[in-house]
Design a protein around this ligand. Structure first.
Ligand SMILES: [Cu+2]
Length: 112
């Protein structure tokens, strides 16, 4: 009897998680690194929701996506991609850069 109650609760919990998961599903945006620059250099995103940022490094050399304001850093080996989860963000501007090529790899996210 106790077991049935327990599994009933588990089912209820997993249904809740499924519903919650689909409601707050992160929107996906893509940044491309090409010749040590980010494309686009300015990315507009919706504020107040979770974002899945895919950073594709098309260069043969590694790059590090870094942002102090977003508190994120991630190394992306050459010719590969990585996912950076961000948000929900307050409206505003968030700078980011490629730590291995700071002179050219600069960009910003504008959350609206
Ligand atoms: Cu770093």
């Amino acid at each position: 009897m106790q077991n049935r109650t327990y599994s009933g609760r588990l089912i209820a919990l997993s249904m809740l998680l499924m519903v919650g998961g689909s409601v707050s599903a992160a929107e996906t945006y893509t940044l491309v690194i090409r010749e040590h620059r980010f494309e686009p250099a300015e990315l507009e995103l919706p504020a107040g929701q979770k974002i899945k940022l895919i950073v594709k490094n098309e260069d043969p050399t590694p790059e590090e996506f870094e942002s102090h304001s977003l508190k994120r850093e991630k190394i992306i080996p050459g010719k590969s991609q990585a996912t950076v989860s961000i948000g929900p963000l307050d409206p505003g501007t968030y700078d980011f850069f490629g730590e291995f090529h700071e002179e050219s790899a600069k960009g910003r996210i504008v959350a609206k």
